[in-house]
Design a protein around this ligand. Structure first.
Ligand code: HMG
Length: 390
């Protein structure tokens, strides 16, 4: 029995900021962001969009009357959590009208947590082959105006169903992990924006990749040349390029620009448009690969690297399932990204600068969200979520 990803869907906010606009305001050459970071746009949430509405929009296409009551677990990964106690997935469970015999829990370890969720989901399915687990990763990446990290902000959510005999990807049992207590990026509970030692974080990312790969090899994983494609955690596209070149060198392979484009190019399309989506980023990269690679990848192996600052890394692998293209959601994803509204710099400052009021009063938010769900307001410290049009 193979276990893995059966269906995948992602969502970003209804608005975006072109990074050329940000470059102009910051007095930077636009090529620094476009080429130097490999990014074109960042997703910007409205006040009535948060990790719950992004997640519910991502998950909605995956739920049908056939599986509504078969989804036995929701694992919600995030590092921009909205509550210290209640799992954000509980709101999503209601918004998606899933059956009440379902366990829901939230996981955290920076951008890595969705991979922990995937591995746990595979474990649940291994024990109970009829089970279906919905993994959701949803984040809003905020560093603050005028910081070096500003151009790498963004937001997005991904949802995928893990089950036996999956239609998209079977996940291999072998994996390699690396953990080390480092302060490359963190967000204390009292802050809305992350703190980051940017250059150090890129060094630690690459170290975690090398060490995870070593552990993957020791675990009996595939060799570098057995992989057709690779997907990396995507804080920005150029990071994946650096990572792939590093892994190639580690394996004695000389990486040409053509090979680089062939092996990771298709995985970068969507994140160029939405920016860092933290825990969702690797999985949006996987969707991008499956939906945009010109070659039929059926039966091919892909290498996957997940990284979460702090830090935990994991290298693991998967095989693309025959017929996967019939189940990919390319058109819906392309349409969603194209329908977003472009912001100018002052509007970006207004939208990205807002935070949720913490005074315990009654606050109703203007209807600005795209998609199906919105955060209608906060009443007595309770977030009120509604379906748009209700
Ligand atoms: P910076 O210091 O402003 O940028 O911030 P820079 O000066 O290093 O330039 C960036 C690149 O653009 C360089 O390329 C320049 O040469 C190039 P590189 O040398 O690195 O290959 N460049 C140009 N290219 C073409 N034309 C030009 C031009 N000008 C310059 N005119 C930094 C960069 C990444 C540090 C910053 O954006 C940052 O702090 N970002 C946030 C941290 C981050 O994303 N870290 C990534 C690794 S950690 C991670 O992935 C985890 C994370 O997702 C969170 C989590 O796990 O929780 C962040």
């Amino acid at each position: 029995m193979s276990i893995g990803i059966d269906d995948i869907s992602f969502y970003s906010s209804g608005m975006y900021l072109p990074l050329a606009t940000l470059a102009e305001h910051n007095g930077e050459d636009p090529d620094k962001y476009r080429i130097g970071l490999g990014q074109d746009r960042m997703g910007v949430p409205s006040q009535d969009e948060d990790i719950v509405t992004l997640a519910a929009n991502a998950g909605r296409p995956l739920v049908t009357d056939d599986n509504r009551n078969s989804i036995s677990t929701i694992l919600f990964a995030t590092e921009s959590s909205i509550d210290q106690s209640k799992a954000a997935g509980v709101y999503v469970h209601r918004l998606l009208q899933l059956g009440s015999n379902c366990r829901v829990v939230e996981l955290k370890q920076a951008c890595y947590s969705a991979t922990a969720a995937l591995q746990m989901a595979c474990g649940i399915v291994a024990r109970k082959p009829d089970a279906q687990v919905m993994v959701i990763a949803s984040d809003i990446a905020r560093y603050g105006f005028g910081t070096p990290g500003e151009a790498t902000q963004g937001c997005g959510a991904v949802a995928f169903i893990v089950k036996s005999n999956p239609r998209l990807l079977s996940i291999h049992a072998e994996s390699g992990c690396y953990s080390e207590d480092v302060m490359d990026f963190w967000r204390p509970n009292y802050r809305d924006t992350a703190l980051v030692d940017g250059k150090y974080s890129t060094i630690i990312y690459l170290k975690a990749l090398r060490q995870s790969w070593k552990n993957y090899e020791e675990a009996g994983g595939l060799a570098f040349d057995q992989f057709s494609r690779f997907c990396y955690h995507l804080p920005f596209g150029k990071m994946a390029e650096k990572a792939h070149r590093k892994l190639a060198v580690t394996n004695g392979v000389s990486m040409t620009d053509e090979l680089l484009e062939q092996q990771i190019g298709a995985s970068l399309h969507y994140s160029r448009q939405i920016g860092n989506s933290y825990s969702a980023a690797l999985y949006i990269g996987i969707a991008s690969l499956l939906e945009n690679d010109a070659e039929d990848l059926s039966g091919k192996h892909i290498g996957l690297f997940s990284y979460g600052s702090g830090c935990v890394g994991e290298f693991f692998s998967a095989t693309v399932q025959p017929g996967y293209r019939e189940h990919a959601r390319r058109q819906a994803h392309v349409d969603m990204l194209e329908q977003r509204q472009e912001l100018d710099y002052p509007s970006y400052v207004v939208h990205f600068g807002r935070s949720v009021p913490a005074d315990g009063g009654r606050h109703d938010f203007a209807e600005e969200a795209a998609g199906y769900y919105r955060l209608a307001g906060v009443h007595d410290h309770k977030r009120i979520y509604t379906e748009i049009g209700d």
